[in-house]
Design a protein around this ligand. Structure first.
Ligand code: HEM
Length: 117
């Protein structure tokens, strides 16, 4: 997969919303955007039929800013915050930047440039 980067790695809300699938899942938490796609299959409950509510909950939040929910759900699991850092891809745009809408570029983990995975 090839990602083209925004120079400032700023992600507009519309971009986040377009990644709401189990094979392409982004979330925004506290102003930062994370591509959690690779993490999903490792998330507790993903392969456990008894934990279908966990899977549904994750999918329901994919493509959204779920700061409050992420904080509340993972309150007993500080490790979730440490794991989350690995999936950081950029900062959520605010105000006028967000009004610009789709910027024609998607960020990738790490720094600037074009990344092919
Ligand atoms: C919006 C997306 C997410 C939702 C709705 C969600 C939901 C949940 C829920 C309901 C639990 C507790 C129940 C269970 O263990 O099955 C949980 C536990 C946990 N989550 Fe998430 N999660 C999300 C994303 C993430 C991400 C991105 C990470 C890390 C990168 C993460 C890491 C963890 C960890 C470490 C636990 C504790 C599991 C354990 O050891 O019992 N979660 N999550």
């Amino acid at each position: 997969m090839t990602y083209f980067l925004n120079a400032r790695c700023t992600v507009v809300t519309l971009q986040v919303r377009q990644h709401a699938r189990k094979d392409d899942a982004w979330i925004a938490v506290d102003g930062k955007v994370y591509d959690i796609t690779e993490h999903l299959v490792n998330h507790h409950g993903w392969h456990d039929n008894a934990a279908i509510s966990t899977v549904l909950s994750i999918l329901a939040h994919a493509g959204t800013d779920c700061s409050e929910e992420f904080r509340e759900i993972h309150r007993p699991y500080p490790v979730a915050w440490r794991q989350l850092k690995a999936y950081y891809i950029g900062d959520l745009a605010t105000g006028e930047e967000d009004a610009v809408g789709w910027q024609g570029a998607a960020p990738a983990r790490g720094g600037a440039g074009t990344v092919t995975a």
